[in-house]
Each structure stands twice: as C-alpha cells, then as structure tokens.
Design a protein around this ligand. Structure first.
Ligand code: SF4
Length: 492
C-alpha cells in the first residue's frame, strides 16, 4: 500500500477498500505500507497503519531512516506502540528527492542497524540515564524485520549486503524481506544464506506484478535496488503486444514466483504492484498454490542472471540453483583498484592509531594530559584534504578503510551499504562515484581483511562531539571506538 500525497485522495480510499477485502480473505496476514517512497512526501505510514488496524488486519509499517532524526524516531515508536502497531519493516529508505520548495534535507541520523538496536532496547524497557539516576521505561511490544538485497552484480556489493544482514539479525531483526528481483537462483541463494546463518528467522520473498513501464525503469536503474535484466525486459516487450497488453502474463509470472518460493521454503511472500487489485492477489495465491507442487519445473523460466553477475554459492548444475558450497572468492579480482591514499592512510594508522602499538601510547599520554582540547587546525587540514572530513568528531575512518561515511556516503551509512548501489556505483551518484563500502571492501580484500566489515558495529554519531578534535576524542575514549575496544577486551 502506497499512501500517496494528500489527505483525502481517491487513491487513499482505494487503498482502504483493498485493505478491507484483504482482511476478509483470511489468507493475507498483513498489509505493508510504504514510508515516503521514492524520497517524496506522502501521508504518514503510521497513520495509515492505524486505519488498517481498525479494519481487522495487521499493518506492516515501513520504517525508514531518511526523514527523521533519532528523537523523532523514538517519538514515532512510542506513538505506534500505544496505538497497537507492532510490525515494522526497518530500512534505510530512498534518498529524498523532492518536497515543498525543493529537495528536502536528508536526515539519516540513524541507520537500520541502529534502529533495530533501539527497538530491541525499547522492547526490554529503554534505559534512560538522567542526572537523578537510571530509569527504565515500560517494555514495548514490537516485531521488527529488515530487508536484504541479493540482486547485486558484484562480489563486494553482495558480500556487504550479507555482512549488513548479519548485523541486522544480531541487533534484533525478527524476520527478513527480500528486495525486488526475478532471478530464482538469487532467491534460493538468499534463503539458503539466511537459513545457514539464523535458521529461526522467517524469510519473506518479494513478488512484484511487473508491467513493461516499471520494468523499463528498473532496467535502467531508475528504481534503486530493483533489478530487471535485458532478457526479462524483452520478454515483457513481447507480452505487451497481446490483446490484454500482457496483463495475464504478468499475473501468471507472479503466480509462478509464488510457487517456486513456496517450494524453496520461503516462509511467506510479499505481493506488490502498481494499483494492485484484491482479485489479482487472490488469483496469484490460488494459482501459485496450484503450481507449487511442481515448482522445480519453473526454475529454468526464471534464469535472469545479471551479466557477469556474482553468486555467493557455487551453481548446482542439476537444479540450476545453488549448492551449499560458497564460491572461492580469494582468487577473484578486486571490484575497485586500491589507491595510494589508502596505502598511506594504512601506514599512518599503524604508526599512530593502532591501539597499544608504535606511537599510540605516546599520543594517548599526550591527549590524556590535555584538560580541554584546543583548536584542531592541523588535524582538520589533514582530514579535509585526505578524507573530505565534516568534523563530526566521532570518526569512523578507522572502521571503513579510511573512507568517511559522513561526507562520502550521501546516506551516512555507518554499518554497511544501503540497498541502492548498482554495479558498484552509489545510488545517488550512479556512473559518477563508487559506493564507499565497495571501495572499502576492495581496499581491505587486498590485505585479506574484508571480513572486518562483517563484524564491527559502529554506533550513531554522538553530536556532542561535533566540531571537536576526533583525535582527542579517540585517545581519551570519548568516541564510539571506546565501545569497540571494550568489546574486543571483555571484562575479566
Ligand atoms: S555510498 Fe553506498 S551506502 Fe552510501 S548512499 Fe551511496 S550506495 Fe548507499
């Protein structure tokens, strides 16, 4: 359900009529509601969730990071908890594109891993540290899930998606929904990956009733993260010459996807489409159930590999899907060349910042003697030249192969890439700038250290530190690295 812009629009009424029909069907467990999709304003997904709840069916509210800071996120969660909205699908969200009098300010104060962490803590009763002592709020009752995109063409992008998925699960994601795609082997891959990692987590496959117009946009990367290959596009081009303009073929394709997802072992499906009607959903479920007995026969029809596309597991030549053996990645070439800047930064870091080594103890003694940090002009100069530093003061350069998520990632992602990268390019600057996470993966892979990106959890920026010396904050344990160091050395 896409709420749309405005408060009394016909499309919104239609959404509610469809919701009522779905509620009466009994086989549909929840209705998903998008949160300012496409980075444009729309009616609040939370509010529409309330309306859906009144119809007697569970809403699954998309909860994105793009338009609200951490306090607004907390406020909205309290409102939802009080209203009985429990199911949330947490995601980064599209980059804001348009709004009143121009493009809005992108917020991205927290990333999805942080939001899941916050929700998990709220479910236990959020601990609030106040001058008078610590208080715990009443526990919340959220069931929060996350998304993952297996439809990535390059090794770095795919591994980074899976690394971030692991962090989402570790921070409380209770179910996973896949991105849009049409390649059966990829659906099988992501299901197998999650079942190997966390067998208890339900996985929901995404099915989109695909018309030619949307396919064309997806094929040219205008709907970030959704992948339609040239082969599928030409099939749709052919289908639209039929009398019904391809309407039946679209629905049958969706039903076949339902069938193979059920056969593979997905725990459910998410059905979507433009102006989707309840009758279409019903057809897909009925037909999909009928076809699911013979689902393996459908697999060859969904061979939509991306050119040179990377898969996590080796191919099973008998089924066209995957074996359970990961591909040997060590001999594969890097996605990006490793620049001189990285080599220099590595050396510089080893000398000054590697905990307890080389010049670290000296620097630490110096900074810990300083009562009040003074101007940090030299540090600022070096970091602006080398890393386009924005002086957040809670520096993540050490965690992301010396790339800055505050200046070089438009969505300020601190725990892994968003789902919008395409062939290694950033969602916001396609064909112009590589995603910093893809660069970080390549830099680290050069030294067999890429798995470092899988493990670290980087907390959100502490804005108390804004425009202060990050070196001072690092050596005196004021920034997020103190938590990482503590986690590395558990209390005896
Ligand atoms: S740099 Fe990567 S993570 Fe950041 S917005 Fe671009 S694609 Fe997304």
């Amino acid at each position: 359900m896409v709420p749309g812009r405005g408060a009394h629009e016909k499309s919104q009424e239609n959404v509610l009529i469809a919701a009522g029909q779905a509620a009466r069907d009994g086989r549909i467990h929840a209705l998903t509601i998008t949160d300012n999709p496409g980075g444009r304003p729309a009616m609040s997904a939370t509010y529409l969730g309330l309306e859906v709840l009144k119809l007697g069916i569970e809403p699954l509210v998309h909860f994105t990071c793009k338009d609200k800071n951490r306090n607004q996120i907390e406020s909205e969660l309290y409102a939802m908890d009080r209203a009985g909205i429990r199911n949330l699908l947490v995601m980064t969200g599209d980059y804001p594109t348009s709004g009143f009098m121009g493009r809005p300010k992108p917020v991205f104060d927290l990333d999805p891993v942080h939001i899941l962490d916050l929700i998990g803590k709220m479910n236990k009763g959020l601990e609030i540290i106040e001058p008078k002592g610590v208080t715990n709020h009443q526990p919340g009752d959220f069931y929060a899930g996350a998304v993952v995109s297996p439809f990535k063409a390059t090794e770095a992008e795919l591994l980074l998606q899976y690394y971030k998925l692991g962090k989402k699960i570790n921070n409380g994601a209770s179910f996973i929904v896949t991105q849009l795609g049409f390649d059966a082997r990829k659906f099988h891959e992501v299901l197998q990956f999650i079942k190997n990692l966390a067998p208890q987590i339900p996985v929901i496959g995404n099915i989109y009733i695909l018309p030619f117009g949307a396919a064309k946009m997806m094929n040219s990367n205008q709907l970030p993260g959704s992948v339609v290959t040239g082969k599928l596009l030409s099939e749709l081009d052919q289908e639209r010459t039929a009398e019904d303009k391809g309407a039946n073929a679209r629905l049958l394709r969706a039903a076949k996807m339902y069938a193979f997802m059920k056969g593979m072992g997905f725990d459910g499906v998410h059905l979507g489409g433009h102006n989707i009607k309840y009758e279409q959903v019903k057809y897909i479920i009925d037909k999909g159930e009928e076809l699911s007995a013979d689902w393996m026969k459908l697999i060859p029809e969904f061979d939509y590999a991306q050119p040179e596309g990377f898969y996590y597991f080796e191919k099973d030549l008998n089924t066209g899907l995957n074996t359970n053996k990961p591909i040997n990645r060590s001999t594969l070439p890097l996605d990006c060349p490793v620049g001189i800047n990285y080599r220099f930064m590595r050396l510089f870091h080893q000398l000054f910042f590697a905990p307890d080594k080389n010049l670290f103890p000296l620097m630490s003694r110096y900074y810990n003697r300083v009562k009040k940090p003074g101007k940090y002009g030299f540090e600022h100069f070096l970091k602006v030249i080398g890393n386009e530093c924005k002086d957040c003061g809670d520096c993540a350069l050490l965690d992301i192969a010396y790339l800055c998520p505050m200046s070089q990632c438009p969505k300020n992602q601190r725990n892994g890439p968003c789902g919008g990268s395409y062939n290694g390019w950033c969602e916001v600057f396609p064909d112009e700038k590589k995603c910093i996470w893809v660069k970080a993966y390549s830099n680290l892979k050069k030294y067999n250290e890429e798995e470092q990106l899988e493990k670290s959890y980087i907390s959100p920026v502490n804005w108390d530190l804004y425009q202060t010396s990050a070196w001072y904050n690092y050596y005196t344990g004021r920034d997020h690295s103190a938590l990482i160091k503590k986690a590395d050395k558990p209390d005896k």
